[in-house]
Design a protein around this ligand. Structure first.
Ligand code: AMP
Length: 419
């Protein structure tokens, strides 16, 4: 027996309603805020992620699905969307269109992670990016969009954790203060963190290992070491969020898993906070465009994990609209009626109404049973008599009423009740 690869999931039809609900809400909110949809390739040239995500990150170091294609080129399944979107911005000269460019994306991501609840190897993200404007208003709007997305879904008791990690002016100073601090605790750090101490001390703050928590809890906070401009940016953002009534919690140890962030970083957590329970997060990445070979261009974005959002929707028992299945079931008996049934079903669908026709060699009784099981509202029944008289027997399945009328009249009646 084959099984889906570890860390991947099937979404069966009975669960599809959650995906539709979340994706439709994401699309609607993004579009309400004036974002346009972008689609990006599932794989890219490996160096894009190495440069764009950063080679000291876990994603690049441990988690990428990288392979050589048959032409010997190194490709990587996308582990995140921002680097690809920036590449598209550069490649298609979007700098010459009105700024900022605001885009959203929905799609799968691939990371060789250790699978567990809410953590998969193929997962899906709702991603929003604003490129070409560095003002704190943009940061506030991006966080507002994330907040409205969750609120519209019906999720409650979420918290926005907010921090600023400075920019190229103030971060080096902060990094040396951090290095000094963590060096004092070097012997108690996990092997990964001892390595991070050399490569990227900021990432120590992100470690989930129990043995590192003491050093992390006592680490100096980045917001106390911001340069004047970063401090001004952060204050303006906080004032704006306050005016928009978005409750945020300052989280001085919050850094993000990716190297390219500057200034604003945020994550959104559900009420029951576990080590890996962030629903999503994002931040500003003003240095990324240059890193990818473009002109200095500010950017900010977020990514929400759809599987985790769905887990929380289920946990909070939020009612989700069902997907409408067949309205009409066309049942038939006899060879002539079978052909007639296929034609009638076709006509009903072309009128824009969902319709299923009995397939295979089932008895009329079993077809009607299936109609009930599918939740159809009407059964249209065709037998020898209906074929001869060019009529149809209509059964209202919910109300157990039945009548016979011309096919045209039946379709018109359907159209008037369905609109
Ligand atoms: P990141 O791109 O790492 O900032 O992740 C953004 C969001 O994507 C996280 O908050 C999660 O909701 C989701 N996410 C990240 N990695 C995974 C994973 N391996 N499985 C499921 N969801 C994930």
């Amino acid at each position: 027996m084959y099984q889906a690869p570890r860390g991947t999931q099937d979404v069966l039809p009975e669960d599809e309603k959650y995906w539709r609900y979340v994706e439709a809400t994401a699309t609607r909110q993004a579009e309400l805020f004036g974002y346009a949809q972008i689609r990006i390739p599932t794989f890219e040239h490996t160096p894009l992620f190495v440069r764009g995500v950063g080679d000291t990150t876990d994603i690049v170091g441990k988690e990428m699905y990288t392979f050589d294609d048959k032409g010997g080129e190194s490709l990587t399944l996308r582990p995140e969307a921002t680097a690809s979107i920036m590449r598209a911005y550069l490649e298609h000269g979007l700098a010459s269109s009105p700024q900022p460019v605001k885009v959203y994306f929905l799609g799968s991501m691939f990371r060789y992670d250790r699978p567990q609840a809410g953590r998969y190897r193929e997962f899906h993200q709702f991603d929003c990016e604003v490129i070409g404007d560095g003002s704190p208003t943009v940061d506030a709007e991006v966080i507002l969009l994330a907040w409205r997305f969750f609120e519209t879904l019906g999720l409650r008791n979420l918290t926005v954790h907010l921090n600023s990690i400075g920019d190229r002016n103030c971060r080096p100073g902060y990094l040396s203060i951090l290095t000094e601090h963590f060096s004092l605790h070097r012997d108690r750090l996990c092997p990964d963190c001892r390595r991070r101490l050399e490569t990227n001390p900021l990432r120590l703050l992100d470690c989930k290992n129990e043995q590192c928590q003491f050093a992390i809890a006592t680490a100096p906070a980045g917001i106390e070491h911001l340069c004047e401009e970063c401090a001004r940016h952060f204050t303006a953002l906080r004032e704006m969020l306050d005016a928009l009534d978005i409750p945020v919690e300052l989280s001085p140890r919050l850094v993000r898993g990716l190297d390219y962030y500057t200034r604003t970083v945020f994550e959104i957590f559900p009420a029951t906070v576990g080590a890996q329970s962030a629903l999503g997060g994002g931040g500003r990445y003003d240095g990324l465009m240059e890193q990818l070979g473009g002109k200095p261009t500010p950017g900010i974005g977020f990514a929400m994990g759809i599987e985790r959002v769905i887990l929380n929707i289920r946990e909070q028992g939020i009612p989700v609209p069902g997907i409408r299945r067949a309205v009409v079931y066309v049942a038939h008996q006899g060879d002539q009626a079978r052909v007639m049934a296929m034609r009638l079903a076709d006509e009903i669908r072309r009128a824009g109404i969902q319709c299923v026709v009995g397939l295979g060699a089932r008895s009329l009784k079993s077809q009607l049973k299936q109609a009930n099981n599918l939740g159809a509202r009407f059964a249209f029944i065709l037998g020898e008599q209906e074929v001869a008289e060019e009529t149809v027997t209509v059964r209202n399945l919910a109300e157990s009423q039945q009548w016979q009328e011309s096919r045209q009249a039946a379709i018109e009646r359907l159209l008037s009740t369905e609109r």
